[in-house]
Each structure stands twice: as C-alpha cells, then as structure tokens.
Write a protein that binds this ligand. Structure first.
Ligand SMILES: Nc1ncnc2c1ncn2[C@@H]1O[C@H](COP(=O)(O)OP(=O)(O)OP(=O)(O)O)[C@@H](O)[C@H]1O
Length: 298
C-alpha cells in the first residue's frame, strides 16, 4: 500500500505537558479522514507536526515517503487551513488568491471564483474588515481550490452559519469526487461530518484510541432501552459505556456488535435497540477514559 503520510511513534511535550504520546498512523491516497477528539486532546499539535510547523520530541513523519521539514517539494503538496489563520493587514481576498496560485501547483482559479460566489465573499474588502464567518469561508475556498494532494482543515468553520457549512460539505464532496485527494478534517461537529468521513482517527489525552474505517465503526455500539431487570439480563457480561434511568425504564449503551440471535433475544425481552452515532460513541469513549484516569488518580 502506498501511503501519503506515515506517522510513527510521534511524541511531543510542552514543558511538563505530554501533548502527543507515541502516536502512529498512516493515510492512504484519496480518502477523507476525520481527526477527532476533545479539546486539548493533541489534534492541532499533530497537524502542526505533520505540516512541519513543529518538531516532534521523538518519532518519525514521512509524507510522500519523504521528511517534510524544509522540504519545499513536499510542503507545496500540502494545504493546511487553520482555525484562526492570520493575514497581513493590507491583504484582500484577491491578494490571497494571487499568493495561493503561486504556492499551490494544482490551484484552480476558475473554481475559486465560483466558490467566491457560493460563499458570497467581497473580493476587494480588506481581510481585516471581514467577519469571522467570511474569514472562515476564505480559508475553505483556499483549501478546496488548492486541490493539494494532502489538504488539512482544522476546525475550518468558526463563525460559519449552518447554510455556509452545508455549502462547504456539498462542494467538498463534489470536488473530491472529481479530484480525489487525501483530506483530513478536524472538527467538533462530528454528527455533521460523519456522513462524509471515510476513516476516523480519534485522539484522547495525546494518545490514539481509534483508527478505523467509518463503515466499521457504524454498528460498533448500540443502546438498549427497556425495563431495568430485562435490560440487565440482556447486557450482563457486555461492555457497558453508560447506563441511565429514563422514567420507569433504563437506557444502556453498550460497546460491541449485535449478532442476529442477540437481536432476537432483545426483541423477545421487549427491549428496544437503537444505533449509537459516531459523535455519541466518541463522547462515551473519551469520557470513559477520562473517568478511568480520575479513578486511577484517587
Ligand atoms: N504552545 C503550547 N505551549 C504549551 N502547551 C501547549 C501548547 N500548545 C498546546 N499545548 C497543550 O497541549 C495539549 C494539546 O493541545 P492541542 O492544541 O494540540 O489540542 P487540540 O486537540 O487541538 O485541542 P482543541 O480541539 O481545543 O483545538 C493541551 O494540553 C494544550 O494545552
């Protein structure tokens, strides 16, 4: 398998904070990845190391088989759209696009122009006079029109309303279908992006806790709702993520797949089964590990 990016045993510390701990993963060409996790999990630190903005304390990064540090050939193939990108005060969007057209070998000006219309952006207004949402739209346009073989969006839609976010998802999918490349999307809006992600990487407290195809994750957990005695009988011995009382019933979320026989059993016990969304699963997994940490510390 030819990998676009290979990260091996990556570690980064800031003073006493271990921001990234022994993280290894690889990315295939032509796939949309979600890099997910809670605030402070270490995602931005990883993205900064991948894009050669930050040196790891230890570990190895290969992009297109090469070391990315001070490697112009490799870095021109990467477009990194950051949450709060700073621009020179005198810049307007036309200036930004001029720079992009020389920085990115695959830059498509016609496509950028059409996106400007979609996002309703004023070309000549200075960047410092743009609203927060407009700045996010500008970043998204750069990310899409760069057509970089490795495009990274780190929380790209601060201040963007739901309509603009939907335009982003639609254009991303359309353009990705006609120009496949590797895309990393890091966001807290997991439910919104879960349909477009093909592979999910979850970081928690600096460690990689999930690295799986999105299809494989769907169905990895389920919720069972019903009378508490029946639910307890059904979930006995299973890996319970969360249990809560609702009215006279109980709702138990379980990590694991259900066999057809188990589905039948649940039905016979009068229990209702429901799938768990990717966002919900990640919330359960990351808060479960936080609880475990707290227990160990006590
Ligand atoms: N420059 C820095 N100096 C010291 N500590 C830092 C620095 N940058 C990040 N950290 C710490 O490293 C850890 C990981 O931060 P990072 O920004 O990578 O997380 P994140 O997953 O991107 O979070 P968020 O989703 O909130 O952006 C956090 O504990 C953070 O406080």
């Amino acid at each position: 398998m030819n990998h676009i990016l290979e990260v091996k045993e990556l570690t980064k510390t800031y003073g006493k904070t271990e921001a990234v701990k022994d993280v290894s993963f690889s990315l295939e060409p032509g796939k949309i990845y979600g890099l997910l996790g809670r605030n402070g999990a270490g995602k931005t630190t990883i993205m900064n190391m991948i894009t050669a903005r930050l040196f790891p304390a230890s570990g190895d990064i290969r992009i297109f088989g090469e070391d990315p540090y001070e490697n112009r050939g490799v870095l021109s193939q990467i477009c990194f759209i950051k949450e709060s990108q700073k621009y020179p005060d005198t810049f307007n969007i036309s200036d930004l696009f001029d720079i992009c057209s020389s920085a990115f070998p695959n830059w498509d000006q016609e496509y950028a122009d059409s996106l400007i219309k979609d996002f309703n952006l004023p070309l000549k207004r200075r960047m410092k006079k743009l609203s927060r949402g407009m700045l996010s739209s500008a970043g998204i346009i750069v990310g899409l029109a760069s057509r970089a073989p490795l495009t990274i969006f780190d929380e790209p839609y601060l201040g963007l309303d739901a309509v603009a976010r939907n335009i982003f998802y639609d254009r991303l999918i359309e353009d990705y279908s006609s120009h496949p490349r590797t895309i990393i999307l890091s966001t807290h809006l997991i439910d919104e992006v879960s349909k477009i992600l093909e592979h999910v990487i979850v970081i928690d407290h600096g460690k990689l806790i999930m690295n799986e195809e999105a299809d494989a994750i769907r169905g990895r957990a389920f919720t069972v709702v019903g009378p508490s005695i029946k639910a307890a009988e059904f979930t006995n011995g299973k890996n319970i993520l969360k249990s809560e009382a609702i009215g006279g019933l109980v709702s138990v979320t379980v990590l694991g797949r259900l066999s057809p026989t188990e589905r039948q059993n649940a039905d016979q016990l009068g229990l209702e089964l429901a799938p768990v969304s990717l966002q919900q699963l990640i919330i359960y997994l990351t808060s479960a590990s936080a609880e475990l940490k707290e227990e160990k510390a006590q």
